[in-house]
Design a protein. Structure first.
Length: 110
């Protein structure tokens, strides 16, 4: 469901893909039945291309990965979290504009 440059993040690979990442990581918690998530998906894919090499973009399907949403207290989707140096540094809930997400990523990419 994700573009080629969007990483599928799972309960099993979270530490490798997010915690140990040398670059900031935007994690999109989503589900196939979530309308706003599906509307946001093309924006996430575009950001993955735009920020390639500067920010890693990943998606967590909450129906297939039950541990991460509990660990990070995801109680609504879409929820977007930015991790930097393995630490959660920002959280946004709900569908967001590309401009708002670009500004957020620029803040953490530099």
């Amino acid at each position: 469901m994700a573009a080629a440059n969007v990483v599928e993040i799972t309960d099993a690979n979270f530490d490798t893909e997010v915690t140990a990442s040398a670059v900031p990581v935007l994690v999109d918690f989503w589900a196939t039945w979530c309308g706003p998530c599906m509307q946001l998906s093309p924006t996430i894919d575009a950001l993955a291309t735009e920020f390639s090499g500067k920010v890693k973009i990943g998606k967590v399907n909450i129906d297939q990965n039950r541990q991460l949403p509990v660990k990070y207290r995801v109680n609504a989707i879409p929820t977007l979290m930015v991790f930097k140096g393995g630490q959660l540094v920002e959280t946004i809930q709900g569908a967001q504009s590309k401009d708002k997400l670009t500004a957020m990523l620029n803040k953490h990419a530099g």
